[in-house]
Design a protein around this ligand. Structure first.
Ligand code: HPA
Length: 234
């Protein structure tokens, strides 16, 4: 066991899908994995291991924000030997060309957080996705005829902010979307020499008045989970 994950050694696969919401982890386990077994219930942060097309794969919630994903990602990597981590989450569009329900593959993640700066005050450490997983995810999503954007995202600490105009300015400079976890995941992957990728579906827009129905959201999330799982086993 690690401090926040109750799994025994060997109960977690070396490939994992990481939604923010633990109930989405349960949804993925129930709908995509065979013989899924729950390995964690601590703090309700459900985690499961099963097989996808014959490959052993795990899925676990991370909670929201960089401090939360950092705790789980670090324990998964250091204490359980996970080597490939794919975040499957949501993001807000910062760009008029990026629409609700589109997929964003986060090639890089800038951040307003001080988490990484605290360790590297003199250096802007570049947070980048693992290229081989990015490349695979891109081609898998393309084959599925999904609308995909590849580029930078912005990982912020505060969902509610009176200074969101700054995020929109970054959108005007090509940043695709805003979310709250990718930069920390990429940093930890770099630190521990493992592979990480962030795939996000656009759930809302900061620059356009766009809406989705619950059903449309579910379909898009399902597509994203397929891209994530196929990328993990490719
Ligand atoms: N801001 C930050 N994180 C998000 C958003 C947003 O608008 N949408 C989904 N995750």
């Amino acid at each position: 066991m690690s401090i926040h994950i109750g799994a025994q050694e060997g109960q977690i696969a070396d490939k994992i899908l990481l939604p923010g919401d633990p109930l989405r982890a349960k949804f993925i386990a129930e709908n995509f994995l065979e013989n899924a077994v729950c390995f964690n219930e601590i703090r309700g942060m459900l985690g499961f291991t099963g097989t996808y097309k014959g490959h052993r794969v795990s899925v676990m919630g991370t909670g929201m924000g960089m401090p939360s994903i950092s705790i789980y990602a670090r324990e998964l990597i250091v204490d359980y030997g996970v080597k490939k981590l794919i975040r499957v989450g949501t993001a807000g569009s910062l760009n008029k060309d990026v629409h609700v329900r589109d997929l964003v593959l986060a090639q890089a993640a800038g951040t307003t957080s001080s988490m990484i700066k605290n360790e590297w005050p003199q250096y802007d450490f570049p947070q980048i996705a693992d290229f081989s997983m990015l490349d695979k995810a891109y081609h898998i999503a393309e084959d599925m005829e999904l609308t995909i954007h590849v580029g930078s995202v912005l990982s912020i600490d505060a969902f509610y902010s009176d200074f969101a105009d700054n995020n929109i300015k970054l959108g005007q400079m090509g940043i695709k979307a805003v979310e709250m976890e990718a930069a920390a995941l990429y940093y930890l992957a770099a630190k521990h020499s493992v592979q990480a990728l962030g795939i996000m579906t656009i759930s809302d827009s900061l620059v356009a008045d766009e809406d989705t129905t619950a059903e449309e959201r579910q379909t898009t999330f399902t597509d994203m989970m397929k891209v994530g799982l196929e990328t993990l086993i490719a």
